[in-house]
Design a protein around this ligand. Structure first.
Ligand SMILES: [Zn+2]
Length: 232
């Protein structure tokens, strides 16, 4: 355990420096429980789930710590806020043995995930995505990726473009934020939706018209790849 500004953190395990890759370990000497012996892939999946849940908890605690420290600083006047904000970054950087810049990124991610994108936090805490997925989604995708839609990602569902039950994975190449309306259209509207390399989403209408929606849009935008007139 260690403490930053009175908030308790679990120690993160130190990085492994073994020469042997961990996943080549031999599990044949594991005690038998009568159940199926765990295989290496199963163990990796379990560990990944635990890491995702810990990441969600850590982001919540980091955000709470920052807010409490800033609220405390405000009692002494706004001029203290900048000083305290920097000291929070430095304390976090020391505690986690990362750079001040990385600590600033972590605080920003915690603030965004906890307050602006609750569906991302929920996905993370249920181990449906990793911290890296959350980081990229928060920084790159700030709106619904439906054609012409401006719904903020904070009010979107995180959609598996190819459903889990159809072999879709929880990977960035298979995740996108869709508002409730576009989520329904995708699943029940007869449209074909697929993710293109680079993260753009291609929507093909029931009449065959195609629209490509790009992430990292400053404003909602879409363009058609067909030469036909607008369908509206
Ligand atoms: Zn939408």
């Amino acid at each position: 355990m260690f403490y930053v500004s009175g908030v308790e953190f679990d120690d993160e395990p130190p990085p492994e420096h073994d020469d042997e890759p961990r996943w080549e370990s031999d599990f044949s000497d594991w005690p038998s429980t009568g159940a199926d012996a765990p295989d290496a892939v199963g163990l990796v999946m379990e560990v990944a789930d635990v890491i995702a849940v810990f990441a969600a908890e850590r982001l919540v605690r980091v955000d709470r710590m920052r807010r409490e420290a800033l609220a405390h600083a405000e009692r002494y006047g706004w001029t203290m806020t900048d000083v305290v904000a920097r000291s929070i970054r430095l304390e976090l950087a020391c505690a986690l043995r990362i750079t001040e810049h990385a600590a600033g990124d972590l605080l920003g991610l915690a603030e965004a995930v906890v307050h602006r994108y609750p569906p991302v936090l929920e996905s993370l805490s249920r181990a449906r995505m990793t911290e890296r997925h959350a980081e990229v989604l928060v920084s790159a995708l700030d709106r619904c990726l439906g054609p012409g839609c401006g719904m903020p990602a904070s009010r979107c569902h995180i959609d598996h473009n190819v459903a889990w039950e159809h072999g879709g994975s929880t990977a960035l190449t298979n995740l996108a934020p869709f508002c409730e309306g576009h989520h329904i259209v995708k699943h029940h509207g007869g449209w074909i939706v697929r993710q293109l390399p680079g993260g753009a989403i291609e929507w093909t209408s029931p009449t065959g018209r195609r629209y490509t929606v790009h992430p990292e849009r400053p404003v909602p935008a879409f363009r058609t790849t067909a030469d036909n007139d607008a369908p509206f």
